[in-house]
Design a protein around this ligand. Structure first.
Ligand code: 26W
Length: 825
């Protein structure tokens, strides 16, 4: 074992006794209780408050530092921030985790149990929201001036329960009893107009100007969550807007005896930030969602301009130098016409100057190629809710079509209609992605292959028009949460083997590569994996009552439920193994535990059917004594960040099996590999770059490539060809029509079969089936040789340096934001 190289001495800002005193003080003075009466919730709250004393000090220092230097900052606008829990993260990043653990132990409390009291802050759906959370961690860690802007949803992503195997959604109440991390900032309240009409006012000698007479006004109340960078050199903020009625009571209505009416107005206004939309791919297209988007963008843009004006007065031409605004997908696109509106209507700038500023301020990240996820709003809805913004969009579009498109392709109406922000359909629609690409100075995809497809398939004409605009920034994940905090065993092994600075420089992980064949290192690595599996097995037992053996392969698929992610392909492979076992009880296979975690959008029928089928199959398989526990299937309810933190470290196999070309990047793939799981995956998204780093021979790559998918689709794909050719596949699919899994209710699982045959198998599951089954066979073979398996697991973890969100942020900082670091001294 190499000697420990400690490059950065972690000096806790507080000692154990001091931390104990701070926690006890907060129990007394903050919560009005004491250590003998307090329950674990109160201990959690008091510990958070004690930590906040350290956080606030650094927050103030960061704020002063940035204000003094009037630094350029990035404003990350996102409808989603999937933060998870903050206590253990903040303790890690302040480097006081161990001292707090010791302090609580001395008080008879277990820090892990206390951390478990924290509700997840689930203000996001999936990948895009968690990426935003990793990014603000990295921005603070690297010392970049940055603010995350989002919505202070009262209810985050729904809580998932199963009733007879079916998904039921329950409201999430993350802040029902208050949240110690957030600070309300009434001094920074903003007001947001809505509805109404636009008047053109002519002024002698000055031409005309537009006045928007709003029909309603909302109040936006900001809540700040401090974001502690690792090492606590910078504490940035995440600012979340809560909607309220303009006046808590409309006194006129109230005095006229309309108390109830006033309350109705109030609750209508408060609806705007009430719930997170639970869709992660299909656009909801609802008025409330558009108002949510506008409310949040209007508050954020005004806040950004208020800070700009404080330092730069009305030197508007300096705005692009001081401010970068990153749009996380098209959800905050309305910030573009909002900035135009303020500059022109309120600040009196002329169109060309305002447009120049906008074009140099916004950048846009695309996270998906799925056509159903590209946001469109009906023109009629826009006209009703945001009449002035619609005018501005028309003007942007008209100038773009006449000055840019007409110049490049004179007389080509087909091009104009394709590139127009307005889709001339019935009804007419506003295409948000087109508005983003026309305006933004940079547009990025989130993995190399995805960014190429953005250029070639999604926006080829835009790429011709603006050849330097479309770029790539491959996603990454924060190693603080996704290795150091969630896998303390592996983190300690790394600290001892290569020094502890891998946390800030993940490329250092490659120093474990030479140890991949070292049997002593292999043993420690695999022992840690085993311990993590034991912990996971305990959670499985508690949550579902199912016993699983930690000697089995833990094969895990955790991500949103979507047909393109192909949980149904995993399902038919499980049925294949089950059938083989029933036909031959001696069938030789390494015992396997298939673990799932996934939420389905509440209105996504087929996704819910897949959950139901997996639960029914799990019931049958787990209770079938004939198969000698060789197969277990567990669908854990309510998949969320805090559950993921136990699942990644316990996985042997990572399922990344999307149809090639459809998963923009994936980020779970990176978390698995970082924690020593081997990937079974298609050449899609970031899997491709992972294969470059790891070596494809150390992964289980299967299935059609992007080109092969395109060719097969172009040829006319027929799933029946595969069904009739492969008797095993046929028998497995036919099984779904029986009542085997749903006794006395045949046909309950038939929709899955139908989707794979009659309805055309849009995601080519049957085309990839055979190669998938073979890849699983290779997994089984390799696992029998534990040393060979350990070697590959180590090679995987050691190759993950690139997939660090610090690297992603450095890429954004240099390629897009032109941002400088200003850590506090
Ligand atoms: C309009 C509703 C809606 C909501 C969310 C449409 C689309 C989305 C997101 C684009 C869904 C999402 O989370 N995309 C994921 O983003 C990750 C971070 O870049 C990628 O790693 C995933 O591949 C991508 O699916």
């Amino acid at each position: 074992m190499a000697t420990k190289k400690t490059t950065k001495v972690a000096v806790p800002a507080v000692g154990c006794a001091e931390m104990q005193q701070a926690i006890i003080d907060r129990l007394h003075k903050g919560l009005g209780t004491d250590k003998d009466k307090a329950n674990n919730k109160a201990w959690w709250n008091a510990t958070c408050q004690a930590v906040n004393e350290l956080v606030f000090e650094k927050l103030t220092q960061t704020h002063q530092n940035h204000a003094e230097k009037d630094t350029r900052a990035v404003n990350y606008l996102s409808l989603e921030f999937l933060m998870g829990r903050l206590l253990s993260n903040n303790l890690q990043n302040l480097e006081v985790f161990d001292v707090t653990q010791e302090a609580l132990k001395g008080l008879g409390k277990d820090l892990y149990e206390i951390c478990d009291e924290e509700p997840d802050m689930a203000l996001g759906n999936g990948g895009l929201g968690r990426l935003a959370a990793c990014f603000i961690d990295s921005l603070a860690t690297l010392g970049y001036p940055a603010i995350g802007y989002g919505i202070h949803y009262e209810h985050g992503l729904f809580k998932q329960e199963f009733q007879d195997g079916r998904q039921i959604e329950r409201p999430d109440t993350w802040r029902e009893y208050g949240n110690p991390w957030e600070i309300c900032r009434p001094e920074s309240i903003q007001f947001v107009p809505l509805y109404g009409y636009v008047e053109t006012v002519y002024e002698q000698g000055k031409g005309s100007r537009k006045v928007w007479h709003a029909g309603q006004k909302l109040k936006g109340v900001p809540w700040d969550i401090p974001i502690v960078g690792y090492g606590a050199k910078t504490v940035n903020i995440l600012r979340l807007w809560e909607s309220r009625a303009h006046e808590a009571f409309d006194w006129d209505v109230f005095n006229a005896g309309g108390y109830v009416d006033a309350q109705t107005e109030k609750s209508k206004a408060e609806t705007i930030s009430k719930v997170l939309y639970p869709n992660d791919s299909t656009d909801a297209g609802k008025e409330l969602r558009l108002i949510q988007q506008y409310f949040f963008c209007a508050c954020s843009v005004k806040d950004i301009l208020r800070r700009f004006k404080r330092a730069n007065k009305e030197e508007w031409s300096l705005l692009p130098e001081k401010v970068a605004i990153q749009l996380n997908d098209t959800h905050p696109t309305i910030a573009i016409p909002e900035l135009m509106r303020i500059l022109i209507d309120e600040e009196g700038l002329e169109w060309p100057e305002a447009w120049e500023i906008c074009q140099n301020t916004f950048a846009y990240t695309n996270h998906t190629l799925l056509p159903e996820a590209l946001e469109k709003w009906s023109v009629a809805l826009f006209e009703k809710v945001l009449p002035r913004h619609l005018e501005i969009i028309y003007e942007i579009n008209s100038q773009f079509l006449t000055k840019v498109v007409e110049k490049k392709w004179p007389g080509d109406d087909a091009k104009k209609s394709k590139l127009s922000v307005i889709e001339e359909s019935q009804p007419r629609m506003v295409r948000m992605a087109n508005l983003c690409v026309i305006t933004a100075y940079k547009v990025n995809g989130v993995a190399a292959v995805h960014s190429e497809l953005v250029k070639t398939d999604l926006f080829p004409e835009f790429h011709e028009l603006f050849p330097t605009k479309l770029v790539n920034v491959t996603n990454g994940v924060t190693p603080r949460r996704w290795l150091k905090a969630c896998n303390p065993g592996l983190a300690t092994l790394l600290d001892e083997s290569i020094g502890d600075d891998w946390v800030l420089n993940l490329d250092k992980l490659k120093e474990i590569l030479p140890k991949a064949t070292d049997t002593a290192f292999q043993k420690r690595f695999m022992d840690i994996k085993k311990e993590n599996k034991v912990a996971m097995a305990k959670i499985i037992k508690e949550e579902t009552g199912v016993d699983v053996s930690v000697d089995a392969i833990f094969d895990v698929q955790i991500k949103r439920l979507h047909e393109y992610k192909r949980q149904q392909l995993n399902l038919i492979h499980i049925l294949t193994l089950y059938k083989r076992l029933l036909e031959d009880p001696d069938y030789d296979m390494v015992p396997r535990v298939f673990l799932f975690g996934a939420k389905a959008a509440p209105s996504y029928h087929m996704a819910k059917e897949i959950i139901f089928a997996l639960n029914k199959i799990a019931d049958k398989v787990n209770n079938d004594t004939r198969i000698n526990d060789k197969l277990k299937v567990v669908f854990l309810p309510n998949y969320r960040v805090s559950l993921a933190e136990h699942m990644f470290p316990a996985a042997d196999v990572s399922e990344q099996i999307s149809t090639a070309g459809l998963e923009a990047s994936g980020t779970g793939n990176m978390k698995f590999s970082l924690n020593g799981a081997l990937t079974i995956g298609t050449m899609d998204g970031a899997n491709i770059e992972m294969a470059e780093e790891i070596g494809a021979e150390h992964m289980f790559i299967f299935g059609l490539s992007v080109e092969e998918v395109k060719a097969l689709k172009a040829d006319g794909y027929n799933p029946y060809d595969y069904y009739y050719k492969n008797p095993e596949l046929k028998s497995v699919l036919d099984w779904l029509d029986s009542d085997f899994f749903t006794p006395s209710h045949p046909g309950l699982l038939s929709d899955i079969k139908r989707s794979l045959l009659e309805w055309g198998d849009e995601y080519l599951c049957l085309a990839d089936y055979e190669s998938y089954v073979n890849a699983h066979q290779a997994i089984d073979t390799l696992y029998r040789d534990q040393s060979a398996w350990a070697e590959k697991a180590i090679l995987n973890a050691g190759a993950m340096g690139k997939f660090n969100s610090d690297r992603s942020i450095e890429d954004y900082a240099t390629k897009i934001w032109n941002l400088k670091k200003f850590p506090i001294a």
